[in-house]
Structure formats: C-alpha cells, structure tokens
Write a protein that binds this ligand. Sequence first.
Ligand code: CP
Ligand code: NVA
Length: 304
Amino acid sequence: MAIKHFLQFSDLKLDEFEYLIERTRLIKRKFKNYEPHHTLADRTLVMVFEKNSTRTRLSFEAGMHQMGGAAIYLNTRDSQLGRGEPVEDAAQVMSRMCDVIMIRTFGQDIIDRFAANSRVPVINGLTNEHHPCQVLADVFTYIEQRGSIKGKTVAWVGDANNMLYSWLQAAEVFDFHVKVSTPRGYDIDPSLVAPGNTHYTVHATPTEACTDADLVTTDVWTSMGFEEENAARLQAFDGWIVDEAKMQRAKPDALFMHCLPAHRGEEVAAEVIDGPQSVVWDEAENRLHVQKALLEYLVLGKLD
Ligand code: CP
Ligand code: NVA
C-alpha cells in the first residue's frame, strides 16, 4: 500500500474525511466512557518540534498513549536537526525506527522533503503555510455542534496565514465558503491557493466578512516565526479585532473559533472568546480525538 501523508488538508479526499469524522465520534465516545481503544498497540509516533506547542504536543502524545502506543518527543535544540543534519537523512533514520511521524516546522518545503524520504506516514503539525490538523478539528467541531458544514459560510478575520490556507483547502473538500478579510499588506498569496478554488471571496472589512457568517474565526496577529514583525502588525491590524459588534453581524447561531493561544484585546475581545458563541475549548479538545482517528487511519488504513 502506498504511504499516505497528511502534509496539507488537500492530501485527503472527502470520503476519507467522512470516514475520519465517523471514526472520531466513536473514538471520542470510547475515551469519554473509559473504554480501551488500543488500535495502535506497539506502534510508535515520533514528534519533531521546531516551534513551541502546548495543544499539538499534548494531543498527539496523549492520543498515542490512549491507543496503546508510544510517542517520542524531539526538538531542534536537542536533536541533530539543530546541528544541520540534512532533513532527508533525518527522515531516512527516523522512519526506520517508528510507525508514524509528526513534524512542526517552518517552511512547507521542509516537511515535503522529509516526507519524500520517509518510509512511514508524515503528519503536518503546523508549518508557516498550513495547519491541517487544527482545521480538521475545527471542521469536526462545527459538524458536532451544528451538523453538516456543506453550504455554510466561514468568516476569516486576520492575516493570510497557515490557518487560512488550510481553511481554503477544507472549503474545497467540504464545499463551504470562506469570506476572507485581511489587513492591507497581509493578503492571500495566490501561489498558496489551488488554481480554480472558487470557495472563497475577499472582503474589504472584517465587518463585511462577518456578515451572515455561520462561523467566525480568527488567529494571533503574529504567527510563530514572524516575531520580528510584531510591532508593524500591531499597527496594521488595528480594527481587525473580533468583538461583539462584528459577531452581531453574523447569523444569530454563529459559532466563534480560535485555534489558540489567544490574545484577548488584540485579535479577539474577551466577551467573544469567553462568551456563549465561543467553542474554543471544544476545538482544543477535539484535536485529541481527530488526531487519534488520523493516526489510526494513516498507520492501519480503514478499519471495519
Ligand atoms: N492550536 C495549536 O496548534 O496550539 P499549540 O501551538 O499549543 O500546539
Ligand atoms: N498561526 C499561528 C497558529 C498557532 C497554533 C502560528 O503559526 O503561530
């Protein structure tokens, strides 16, 4: 069987996501009921982090343990990656000692080169360009709370970053629409969007993007790896906060999502993230459940 990687959201097809969503529901139920679900017994996940993480590390590591397997954490500082070992060589070695690998790194080219040299599935745990595991958790959370996401409208308020590019790919797969509002100078790079993706529109203001949305989502103004731009971004993003006034423009039953960590008073007002429309804690928890389904699928294929 050919190795399946999850390097971008578009790496999997709708029927595979539908399988993952059903499997996630089952795995979540078992977890809540303390029922064992050891489908990855004796399997090992290696996690490579070149950037900080709380949720991604915790959800992958806890998930492997709960499925009867083991997870090993590596970072740039302690491993030879930080001393210049070629990523291709690291992939050859690591993939001979484990069953699946998750990487959080900078450029997408790094994870692509790693995967091209890996004997086992590779999962993107965040790159500068994509964050597919988070968007999988977000789509699952929407479906869990509101039913099908097909035909729905997602408002994106913020810069064109890894989360937005994964949302745009998810919109194509699941057939929903993204209304994008980015501050001037932080707009979409067309080379990161599939030609012919008609599932998004660009709007001049965040208020316009939020109007009639079923889901409003935002993210930090300065993503990891872009810290030196922080001061300029604080100025450029003035007015891009998701506050109560913008949520009022969305549909009355709209949800609010944020991948976290959040900065109250910058990209989101406290009354929104801590308010009744916010599902940010469910989103975070669902990282655990969707990634368990994903790990199982990439390692074992579809189970009956
Ligand atoms: N949302 C997310 O990926 O969180 P961490 O950076 O804590 O992993
Ligand atoms: N866009 C953010 C997401 C953090 C989970 C970043 O890349 O830092």
